[in-house]
Design a protein around this ligand. Structure first.
Ligand code: NAP
Length: 310
């Protein structure tokens, strides 16, 4: 019998209990899944950073922490965490992000706001967008989410450049890396999408200097993490018109305070960290599959590298 602790916000328990129970049964694992266990008896923790467990030191026999979130920046440097940490990689989470990114990219590409917000009886059909092939898109971060978004945007005809830490070779994406690669990736980009994890190296990756490399009148879409952007620099670039629009899903402080200048800025769209959510049915299957691997003596998938921070 495995003792599995579910440590997330209490209201998540009702959503996850049945999918996890079913997935454990399907995997043939006998599990006592509960919101409370004696710490020293816990084999695995299914974990959300906003749940009750913050000190991992009493979990002396715990074999792995299975995160319900893809982003692990709030737990990766927890000094009490000595157990392996696996982040969430799940097709539903990925597909949700692809849909959100494609939707917001097409909004900016097609200039949809002009028609959605201005129904004033003016028949003005002289302004039309370029075809996607003439709209270079750059994705900073081409991991599980960024690479999938890149494939979808390529399928629509956009020339896609991606930037990562290590050299990569992904079909349909011009792959760049390193400091020089960042400057090349941003130079002339008309839509920049941020899908980097939050680490000390990625914090403030968009500053006045790097924003200036983007094409005049370009757009920023950030479903990654708030600290990737120097907010004052972005606001200045929006005010100057160099950046035409920013769609922001994530912020340094969440919920974004009502007095934050982003809310009132006419060139900013705020979405409340909804770009893609973890879906209990599929997340349960991914996590149970990973626990099954551990029980079978196989290496865990999606292990976070504590040194690199993601
Ligand atoms: P991932 O698979 O780990 O991919 C991360 C990408 O960022 C990789 O390509 C990685 O490069 C690159 N990267 C990391 N550090 C870098 C650096 N210093 N310089 C250049 N590139 C760097 O992560 P993922 O699953 O795609 O998720 C990405 C992020 O999306 C998460 O961390 C989370 O913050 C965010 N997210 C947001 C939502 C939402 O609803 N808004 C939902 C889910 C996730 P390598 O390929 O070389 O490792």
């Amino acid at each position: 019998m495995l003792n599995v602790l579910f440590s997330a916000q209490p209201e998540r328990w009702d959503e996850y209990r049945a999918p996890l129970t079913n997935a454990f049964a399907k995997a043939g694992l006998e599990v006592d899944l509960a919101q409370s266990h004696t710490p020293a008896d816990v084999d695995y923790i299914i974990f959300a950073p906003n749940g009750p467990v913050t000190d991992f030191s009493p979990y002396t026999k715990t074999k792995a922490i299975m995160s319900l979130w893809a982003g692990v920046e709030t737990v990766v440097d927890n000094a009490t965490l000595t157990q392996p940490l696996c982040r969430l990689v799940d097709d539903s989470l990925t597909n949700g992000m692809v849909e959100w990114v494609v939707g917001h990219t097409l909004r900016h590409h097609l200039g949809m706001d002009a028609h959605i917000t201005k129904q004033d009886g003016t028949w003005d059909n002289f302004i039309y967008p370029p075809i996607a092939a003439h709209r270079p898109v750059t994705i900073l971060g081409i991991g599980a989410l960024g690479a999938a978004c890149g494939q979808a945007l390529h399928a629509l005809g956009f020339p896609v450049t991606g930037w990562s830490r290590r050299a990569k070779d992904i079909p349909n994406i011009r792959c760049l890396h390193g400091d020089d690669g960042l400057r090349t990736a941003l130079t002339g980009a008309q839509i920049v999408i941020l899908l980097l994890p939050q680490t000390p190296q990625t914090t403030n990756i968009l500053t006045g200097d790097t924003l200036a490399l983007m094409a005049k009148g370009s757009s920023v879409i950030n479903p990654g993490r708030g600290p990737l952007i120097d907010d004052a620099a972005l606001l200045a670039a929006l005010d100057s018109g160099h950046i035409a629009h920013a769609t922001l899903d994530v912020f340094r402080i969440e919920p974004l305070p009502p007095q934050d200048p982003y809310w009132a800025h006419p060139q900013v769209t705020v979405t409340p960290h909804i770009a893609s959510s973890t879906r209990p049915e599929t997340a349960a299957e991914v996590i149970v599959e990973n626990i099954s691997r551990g029980e079978a003596g196989k290496p865990f998938r999606y292990l976070v590298d504590r040194g690199r921070g993601y």
